[in-house]
Design a protein around this ligand. Structure first.
Ligand SMILES: Nc1ncnc2c1ncn2[C@@H]1O[C@H](COP(=O)(O)OP(=O)(O)OP(=O)(O)O)[C@@H](O)[C@H]1O
Ligand SMILES: [Mg+2]
Length: 1008
């Protein structure tokens, strides 16, 4: 029950002349009545200066209370619009009060005309009281209504109203806003037919709580979303909660779009003020995650509700990602019920969301919650690959299609032939059926109302289109021009759109135009006030509306939209950069689109590498589409490629990296852009060394890159970074002579400056001197490098400590407690920033120290080494450490009795080292295999060991590696069979140790 009344009507009547007064009142009531009607209400009567409307009678509407709230707010909005005009023309204030109440009313037909239904009874009186208690311009609802709309409508605090003639006050609440990003006024849908088995299966899967990812696959319009809506509405039956979001056709290249939608749904972030939204998010997180925590801030950033002046969270990319996933998992566990996360249309998901969600879903098995995704058959990706259950929706059988058709048309005798015609063409696609029926109604072939149509024209003259697209195109074509333009503009915006934004594109658009679209069921309204928002009823409607426009019109709309996005929300321009880029791209404005994608990547670079790379990738594609003679095209093509190559090692598995690199070479050869080329080469070299364990391949570019650094116009520290890449590859292939030259250049360029590369270069240089026998000098330099690294950052410190600790396994340095303490500090710091590379380095350093140090805990050491190995294999980083880690673990495996296994492992490891020319740690791996073989002592074992040592000696001589000569000498003491051979080998070994300055021991399989 809704009651509306004009404030101070007596005064109005006294001031205005009667004609004008009537004009205003008519306008007001016409508008109000239209609103009431739009929401399925009935205007019960006009009372001179007020109106009374009923929702739920005579037609029972389940969501009557909600509809009344929406209508109340919209009436106030319409009044405010009218009041502007009245103020200008008549200099007088026009305001309304609206009151709402819910309850049983007696509605009967009394009298005739507009006031045909008249409600009487106590609830009517209560609505009137609410009206009289309302603030002018506001909507006040009684407790009974508030209860029905709780959680959907934003209500103000309780207010107490005096009731005439009663001592007791009554409670009311002001209706503030209705803004949840979901369909809240029910669709007028027929029953779902023919999918009972699929529905049962899904509910069963969720009830079991066993499946992490469930997929629903099917052609467009076959009924995926319908099935999912049904499942969601029945989630409560299996004691679950549903959280729903969807991907959008035009945001496949907008990084993190889909994830953000799902998170907004999960935390019910709508249009609240950011501070309110933050409080709400915190409320839905376990108490351990406070407002100031990194975890909360990472979430706020993603949701776009961070406090604008907070500094960015200082965490490594790996840590951000891990914490996000852990936070989401914790938030899921914290929810009162297991959750059914629903992500629709993942054939349109963006890469960064896909990667994060796949990882998150892997955690869901522990929570009884499930991720349900829907997609069309063409989708390939991790969310499909890793699904535990999948449901394929086939076209519906003819019988069911016919039943759906009859459900829509009814079965009036005049319809014979028509139902068959529709069902026959639809080929089991229910959406096609619905659209054909709507089309026939639009064309006047069918008259009547849903479920009760009659045929009006000759059956032979009825043409049925062959595809659902043609039906839609015809229906759209028949719209009134304003509504059609609005629909077309909306299709450019996306699957959901705000009235505001449509107006920014088409200033003359009226709410009524959109109401037209709603009434012909092309769009649904999903939010009402303060900002109306709509969505396309079906993705195909949007697609057809989009594709049937003139290309030029569409391009103009995209361009205007790119501007509108900036104007509507200037604070979020950076967040929207990729979206703006996407629209400019569609507008054909490639140069601007390119620069927006580059801008998006720049922002994402410190937040999510997969996301940043999506944007560079997009920029690259755009530049490639430009003609060869477009001004500046070479630079536009090179810039994103350089960044993709430069950051490749951070993701570590881009299958496209090689091609990208080749293209970059070709482009920069043409343009002479040496800096981009140098960054590209350096990035490629780092990836080859760090992720692929192929330093031999990397070092092939060393000379090229070194020469380029001279020609680059870049800051000294960037040059140092580039040169350190060279140095590192040289180190890994043991080309010390070249390495010392590179070190010289680094020192010359850096001067007194210190950055991560300088610290690493100092340490690498020190280690190289130690390995080549210049022990004291080397140790001094290494100590300096460690101190520089300690001051630099966690990643550098861990990297340098792992170098220092790697001297122990080759026997060059004895393990010591101070080094272990430093390694532990490195581990602490690495874990604090959460970087995978640094953590793997530090775990390796600590683990190998613990195994070798007297009184060190072997168990902890093994645990560390295994953790390091897991990180390395999972994230493909610090691959160089894999060989020495495997070697240490093999020794322990053998000590525990599984020698054969250890031998097999070491053979594989050494084979890989040889193939990739990954010689750095052969001095660790070969002595281990040889000890294992000799220990087993089969004749061919000894032969194998002997051959291997000979090979090692040859290589040591070729590379002039004293450290390796020393390791070979150690191996010979192991192989020597007789006592005299043993003592000869021993003295050779001691000499070698002397020459190289070795002060430690190689880890013995059987310690004596
Ligand atoms: N089993 C059914 N019984 C009755 N109507 C159905 C059934 N399945 C779907 N429909 C109707 O058909 C229309 C299209 O279905 P739906 O939107 O679920 O398709 P979809 O598979 O999600 O398509 P898309 O891939 O384009 O998103 C909807 O309006 C829906 O109400
Ligand atoms: Mg769908």
């Amino acid at each position: 029950m809704l009651f509306g009344d004009v404030v101070g009507s007596m005064k109005l009547a006294a001031t205005l002349d009667p004609e004008r007064l009537q004009e205003i009142m008519h306008a007001l009531f016409n508008k109000s009545a239209a609103i009431v009607q739009r929401y399925g209400g009935t205007v019960d009567k006009f009372t001179g200066d007020g109106l009374m409307a009923l929702f739920g009678a005579p037609v029972a509407l389940e969501d009557h209370a909600l509809r009344a709230c929406i209508a109340g707010l919209e009436i106030q909005e319409a009044t405010a619009e009218l009041a502007d005009e009245v103020r200008r023309r008549d200099g007088i204030e026009l305001k309304m009060r609206v009151g709402l109440n819910s309850g049983e009313v007696i509605a009967g037909e009394i009298g005739r005309g507009p006031g045909r239904y008249t409600a009487v009874g106590h609830p009517v009186g209560m609505a009137q009281r609410m009206e009289s208690g309302a603030r002018p311009g506001a909507v006040l609802c009684a407790e009974s209504t508030a209860r029905l709309v709780d959680g959907i409508v934003e209500l103000g605090p309780a207010q107490y109203i005096d009731v005439k003639g009663q001592s007791e006050q009554v409670r009311g609440h002001e209706v503030v806003a209705i803004a949840l990003d979901q369909a809240i006024v029910g669709r007028d849908e027929g029953p779902m037919l023919g999918r009972a088995a699929e529905l049962e299966k899904l509910l069963e899967v969720f009830a079991s709580g066993d499946a992490a990812i469930v997929g629903v696959v099917g052609e467009p319009g076959v009924g995926k979303s319908r099935l999912i809506r049904e499942v969601a509405s029945r989630a409560a039956e299996v004691d679950a909660d549903a959280v729903i979001a969807r991907c959008d056709a035009h945001t496949t290249n907008v990084p993190l779009w889909a994830l953000t939608r799902l998170l907004r749904a999960m935390f019910a972030v709508g249009r609240q003020e950011p501070s309110a939204a933050r409080a709400q998010v915190i409320d839905r997180l376990p108490a351990s995650i406070g407002m100031e925590s990194d975890e909360a801030n990472i979430l706020f950033e993603l949701l776009g509700i961070s406090e604008s002046d907070t500094t960015r969270v200082e965490l490594s990319l790996d840590a951000r990602r891990r914490r996000l996933i852990d936070t989401l998992t914790a938030a899921t566990q914290f929810r009162p019920l297991p959750t059914l996360f629903i992500l629709e249309d993942v054939h349109w998901i963006d890469a960064a969301s896909e990667a994060t969600l796949a990882e998150f879903a892997a955690n869901l098995s522990a929570t009884r919650s499930t991720l349900l995704v829907s997609y069309r058959p063409e989708y390939r990706g991790p969310l499909r690959e890793h699904r535990d259950v999948s449901i394929t929706l086939a076209p519906l059988p003819d019988r069911v299609t016919a039943e759906i058709t009859t459900g829509l048309t009814g079965n009036d005798a005049s319809l014979s032939g028509i139902v068959e015609l529709i069902a026959g063409s639809a080929a089991g696609n229910p959406f096609f059926v619905e659209e054909m029926v709507r089309d026939l109604v639009d064309r006047g072939v069918l008259v009547g109302s849903r479920g009760g149509y009659r045929r009006e024209s000759d059956i032979d003259k009825i043409a049925v289109p062959t595809t659902v697209q043609t039906v839609l195109a015809a229906r759209i074509d028949r719209l009134p021009p304003q509504a059609k333009s609005a629909l077309n503009a909306a299709s450019v915006i996306g699957s959901t759109f705000d009235l505001d934004v449509v107006r920014a594109l088409l200033p003359n658009t009226d709410r009524a135009d959109l109401a037209d679209l709603v009434s012909v069921e092309l769009v649904d309204q999903i939010e009402f006030l303060p900002r109306p928002r709509y969505c396309f009823r079906h993705p195909l409607v949007r697609k057809v509306a989009y594709e049937t426009q003139l290309t030029a019109t569409r391009a103009t709309t995209h361009r205007r939209l790119a501007d509108a996005i900036q104007e509507v929300n200037p604070a979020a321009i950076e967040d929207n950069a990729a979206l703006i880029g996407t629209h400019l791209e569609a507008a054909g404005d490639f140069e601007a689109a390119h620069s927006w994608h580059m801008r998006a990547a720049k922002r994402l670079e410190t937040r999510d590498m997969v996301a940043a790379r999506t944007s560079w990738e997009r920029a690259r594609r755009i530049a490639d589409r430009l003609s060869e003679d477009y001004p500046g095209v070479l630079a536009m093509r090179a810039a994103p490629r350089a960044m993709l190559a430069w950051t490749d090692w951070l993701v570590g598995a881009d299958p496209d990296a090689d091609t990208c690199h080749q293209e970059l070479r070709a482009l920069t050869a043409q343009s002479g852009d040496v800096l981009s080329l140098a960054m590209g080469i350096a990035g490629r070299m780092t990836a080859l060394c760090t992720n692929y364990g192929k330093p031999g391949e990397a070092v092939a570019s060393a000379a090229d890159l070194t020469n380029m650094v001279d020609d680059i116009d870049a800051d000294a520290m960037l040059k140092v970074d580039l040169l350190f890449t060279v140095m590192w590859a040289q180190f890994l292939v043991c080309d010390y002579a070249a390495l010392f030259q590179t070190a010289e250049r680094i020192r010359a360029i850096a001067g007194t400056g210190v950055n991560s590369s300088v610290a690493r270069a100092t340490a690498v240089c020190g280690v190289s001197r130690i390995v080549t026998g210049d022990t004291e000098h080397g140790q001094r330099e290494l100590r300096l490098g460690i101190e520089q690294a300690r001051q630099t950052d966690a990643v550098t410190f861990a990297a340098v400590m792992s170098l220092k600790c790697a001297l122990a396994p080759v026997g060059l340095e004895p393990p010591d407690a101070a080094t272990l303490a430093d390694a532990r500090e490195a581990l602490r710091r690495a874990e604090a920033v959460g970087d995978n590379f640094a953590t793997a380095c530090a775990l390796w350093a600590c683990g190998s120290m613990l195994l070798r140090l007297d009184g060190g805990s072997t168990d902890t050491g093994v645990e560390y080494l295994k953790s390091a190995r897991d990180i390395i294999t999972k994230h493909r980083t610090v691959v160089v450490a894999l060989a020495p880690i495997e070697a240490d673990l093999a020794i322990l495996t053998a000590r525990l009795g599984d020698r054969d296994d250890a031998i097999e492992t070491m053979r594989t490891v050494i084979g890989r080292q040889l193939t990739n020319f990954d010689v750095t740690f052969m001095g660790v791996t070969i002595p281990v295999l040889i000890q294992l073989l000799v220990d087993r002592g089969r004749p061919d074992d000894l032969a194998e060991a002997t051959v291997m040592v000979q090979g090692m000696e040859t290589q040591a001589a070729q590379l002039n590696l004293r450290a390796m000569t020393f390791c070979a000498a150690f191996c010979k003491t192991v192989i020597a069979e007789t006592d005299s051979a043993k003592s000869a080998a021993m003295s050779e070994y001691r000499e070698a140790a002397e020459r190289v300055g070795a002060r430690g021991d190689i880890l013995l399989l059987r310690p004596v």
